[in-house]
Each structure stands twice: as C-alpha cells, then as structure tokens.
Design a protein around this ligand. Structure first.
Ligand code: HEM
Length: 411
C-alpha cells in the first residue's frame, strides 16, 4: 500500500482525515494499490462530471471491473436470456445514454415519482415505527432504513412486499461485487443473482409489452412520450440500476441521518421546534456524509488535472466525500452545520450534469418524511450504549450495517 492509502484500516473506518491530507498535499494523486487516480478537490470532480465527452462512464460504479477477471462469473452470465448484454444509463456514454435517460425520465420523472410513491412513503414510515415504538429500542437499519426504500423499489417493480427479502438479497450481492475488491465467490454469486433477477424482470416485461399499462415497467418497455422502446437487455440492465440505486444509497442516507440525530446534542429539539428546517438538515447530512463516497470515470484523452498528466484510458475516482468538504468551497466543511446554505455551493452527493441521479427527488422526500416521523413519534433518540453501531464494510460506501438506538415513545 502507498503511504496515503484509502484502503488502510484507519481510512476505511473514517476516510475524512485522509481526504483532508490529500486535498492539502496531493489533490490529484495516483494510488498504485488501486491503480486509480483519485481526484479530491471539488473543482476537479466538477470538471470531470461536466465534461462527459472527455471522460467515459462505462465503469462508473466500481474501482475495478468486477467481472472482467472472473471467468466463472462470465460463464454464468453467458446464459443470460437477454443477449447481447448491454451497458446502459449510468454505465453508458453519448447517444445510447441519451436514449436510456429519456426512457427512464419518462418512466420515473420526479413529478411522477412523488405522485405515485409519495403516499407509500408516508404510510409505510409510520407502519415501520408502529412495529418497534413500544420497545424503546430498535436497530434503525434493519427495522427502518432498509424496509422504507425497499418498499418503494417493490412498488416501482409492481411486485408485492413479500418479494422484499429476495430483492434485497439480489441487491446486496450485486452491490458487493461492484466494489471490485471482492473475492471471486462473491462475484460469481452476483452473476447467478443477475440471472435470477433478469428472469424476474423479463417475465414481468413480457406481459406488459405492447399493452398500454402506466406502471414503471410498462412505460420503460413500451417507450412512451417520445422515448424509444427498449430491448430486453437494456431493460434488465436499467432495472438492476434501479434496484441497487433505489435502495442501497438511500439506506445509507437514512442511517446517516438517524446517527446524526442520535449524536448531535440539541438537534432533535431544534428540529422539533422548527420542522421547516428538516429539509436543510437532510441536505447538510447528504453533503457531510455522502452515502456513495465516489463515482468513477475513464479518461478518453490525455488530461492535465491539478498539474498532473493523466494518460488516456486511466481510471479516475471522483472523491465526492472529499469534494463536499473542500475548504475552497465550504467554510469549515468538516463540521456539520445545520445553518449552512447548501444552495450556495451544490454538493456532489447526487453527481452532476448528464448522469445526475434520477432518484434524488424521491431520496430527499424519503429523508424528510422519515426524519419528521421519527421526531414526531420518538423522544431522546440515542445510540444504544450496549450495542455500538456497525459501519458498512463495502469500499466507498458511507453508512451503517447496524445502528442500534434507544428512545422514549412520545405520547
Ligand atoms: C441518497 C440516495 C442516493 C444517492 C446518494 C444517489 C447517488 C447517485 C449518484 C452520485 C449518481 C451519479 C452517477 C454518476 O455520475 O456516475 C446517481 C445516478 C443514478 N441514480 Fe441515484 N442516488 C440515490 C438514490 C437513488 C434512487 C432512489 C434511485 C431510483 C429510484 C436512483 C437511481 C439512479 C439512476 C438510475 C442513476 C443513473 C443516472 C444516469 O446515469 O443518467 N438513485 N445516483
């Protein structure tokens, strides 16, 4: 490992000290242990996101290509019903990205999402709280942060909530493989799950193709409002992005929000006294602790960034966790500040430009509704002194695997 490594035990437990060092000493730095250029300043990340014709997204999700070196996984994937396999949307560039983006925006526009899924969020949040409120304690991840986004994903795929454990299992395995730093058996399991997930989606697509349904899969399949119809391989790839994007990062966001509430003196009282500040709280938490700490790009040309010459074909890690605290853009960016004006400098937590997150409106709504309901129904939310929180272990993810909390039910 290099002297400054993002893979060290300390950096993986809390990366922000390493990020600060990188911004100060080597804001554009080649990390030999990951074979990757790490961009830690806001303006360099912004430049790359804003110039998609110079930086490809074809491996935007992982620090290494999870499948490339695993022939057993490639063998499994060769049995896919949706051939040839396609890279879409978050993994696509240029015209093909434009085509997928149009299709998904029609199927999942912010207005449509809020109209179709807003009531689900509000109804489900309270039913999850009902299940643990009298206990005075719960695991905020498994009992709250996971079920909420998963119930939404189930609605997006128009499938009963009984499917949630299966969907979550698939998503966990896809996501684990994406980190690119996992053993082969994890990658092979993800490949097997990919085939199962594809069957699940394609069976649903088959009964919707050519019909005039209005649910997400019907709209995606049939190409409405000027979007072109998509083929099976494109649909399954986009749906896997909805499955993972729709829940994993939202789960982390919810865990981070609850952790912040439980550990910041006076915050619960402040927000209860003035609930109009809850959106600002969600935004500051998204800036301060981005659930996805980085996205990746490949340089298509030789580039000079931060005085460093980066060759064509190099892998770049856009370090959002660092950019969001860059002292040039944020006064005292390391600290969590409820009064910070996050409209002044927009954080990079949802990316920027052509690939900016299509689910950001719904994710923010989930955050605001969740925090409002928790504050409404629980007093004195604290970390459970007997059970410390467990951090997510996947590289580049900032969230929790377990977050035991205690509280008093509010009358
Ligand atoms: C707090 C929660 C979320 C975070 C932090 C997050 C983060 C991101 C980021 C950083 C990108 C940009 C990727 C890039 O530039 O390479 C992105 C794209 C995307 N997100 Fe999210 N996301 C969240 C929630 C969601 C939700 C709820 C959905 C769907 C229901 C979703 C679906 C997508 C999709 C499909 C893309 C690809 C867009 C494109 O490439 O054009 N995300 N997300």
């Amino acid at each position: 490992m290099t002297e400054t490594s993002l893979l060290s035990k300390a950096a993986r437990a809390c990366p922000y000290h390493t990020y600060r060092q990188l911004r100060a000493t080597a804001p554009v730095r080649f990390m030999a242990d990951q074979d990757i250029w790490v961009l830690s300043r806001y303006e360099d990340c912004d430049y790359v996101l804003s110039n998609p014709e110079r930086f490809s997204s074809r491996e935007s999700l992982s620090s290494k290509n999870a499948y490339r070196n695993c022939s057993a996984a490639l063998d499994v994937l060769s049995n896919s019903r949706a051939q040839p396999r396609q890279r879409t949307l978050i993994l696509a560039d240029g015209e093909s990205h434009k085509r997928h983006r149009k299709a998904i925006q029609n199927a999942l526009s912010p207005a449509r999402m809020l109209r179709d899924f807003g009531p689900t969020i509000e109804g489900r949040v309270n039913s999850f709280i009902d299940a643990f409120v009298e206990d005075g304690r719960c695991d905020a991840v498994s009992q709250f942060a996971i079920p909420l986004p998963m119930s939404l994903v189930a609605r997006i795929f128009d499938t009963p909530e009984e499917m949630i454990p299966t969907l979550k299992g698939w998503s966990d395995n896809f996501f684990a493989a994406l980190s690119g730093l996992m053993p082969d058996e994890v990658v092979v399991r993800a490949a097997r799950d990919t085939l199962e997930f594809e069957h699940f989606i394609l069976d649903r697509v088959a009964v919707r193709r050519g019909k005039d349904g209005t649910d997400f899969l019907s709209r995606l399949t049939n190409g409405v409002d000027g979007a072109e119809p998509l083929n099976d391989a494109e649909i399954v790839n986009i749906c896997s992005q909805i499955l993972v994007g729709g829940n994993e990062s939202t789960i982390s966001m919810l865990g981070n929000l609850i952790h912040q509430l439980a550990t910041t003196e006076g915050l619960q009282e402040e927000l209860r006294a003035d609930p109009d500040r809850i959106p600002a709280f969600v935004e500051e938490c998204l800036r301060h602790e981005p659930p996805l700490q980085a996205m990746y790009r490949i340089s298509l040309h030789e580039e000079t960034l931060g005085g460093q010459v980066i060759p064509a074909g190099a892998k770049l890690m856009l370090n959002f966790g660092s950019a969001n605290r860059d002292e040039k853009f944020y006064a005292d960016g390391e600290s969590f500040d409820l009064d910070r004006d996050n409209t002044e400098t927009l954080h990079l937590t949802f990316g920027r430009g052509r690939h900016a997150c299509v689910g950001q409106t719904i994710a923010r709504r989930e955050g605001v509704v969740a925090v409002s309901a928790l504050l409404d129904r629980l007093d004195n939310i604290r970390l459970d002194p007997a059970l410390p929180p467990v951090r997510a272990k996947i590289f580049g993810v900032r969230g929790f695997e377990g977050l035991p909390i205690t509280f008093d039910p509010r009358g």
